[in-house]
Design a protein around this ligand. Structure first.
Ligand code: HEC
Length: 127
């Protein structure tokens, strides 16, 4: 009887916890304008087409020739203009992929979105 009661208590707690995490967990923290979604999806497609993942990581996954891109957008030392410059002309090792302005806009929107989801991934601000 005690075992059944313990099981039911823990199982109920598990259900409540799961429901909360999956319904409220990220609701207020990540907000994307409905109108921005197609542009973000376009950028994601380009990210896959150009195989950026061969050299770059998002959330630590990907190749290691280039730097991690998860929080480049909000990095005070880098940011949007820095990203655009590298995407446009390439770098020392980053190839110039001949991206059009439309493609660069898409990729930047995608990386901006990825950055906005990286809440627990960002380093705490220096005091
Ligand atoms: C052949 C490997 C390679 C590929 C493919 C590649 N990159 Fe890079 N990327 C690099 C390297 C290496 C750097 C670091 C700068 C340098 O050394 O040129 C870089 C730098 C960057 C930066 C600046 C980030 C920082 O923290 O310095 C951005 C943004 C970027 N790449 C985005 C992209 C995107 C988006 C794609 C796909 C369209 C892509 N890269 C494809 C190698 C690559």
């Amino acid at each position: 009887m005690v075992k059944i009661a313990a099981f039911l208590t823990l199982f109920t707690a598990y259900l409540v916890y799961s429901a909360t995490v999956y319904t409220y967990g990220t609701r207020d923290t990540i907000q994307v304008k409905e109108s921005a979604v197609p542009q973000i999806v376009y950028g994601k497609t380009l990210y896959q087409q150009y195989n950026c993942v061969a050299c770059h990581q998002l959330y630590g996954l990907g190749g290691y020739l280039g730097p991690e891109l998860t929080t480049t957008y909000s990095d005070p030392a880098k940011g949007e203009l820095f990203m655009r410059t590298l995407l446009k002309g390439g770098g020392l090792r980053m190839p110039n992929l001949g991206l059009s302005e439309t493609e660069i806009n898409g990729l930047v929107s995608y990386l901006k979105y990825v950055d906005s989801t990286a809440i627990s991934y960002k380093k705490p601000a220096k005091p």
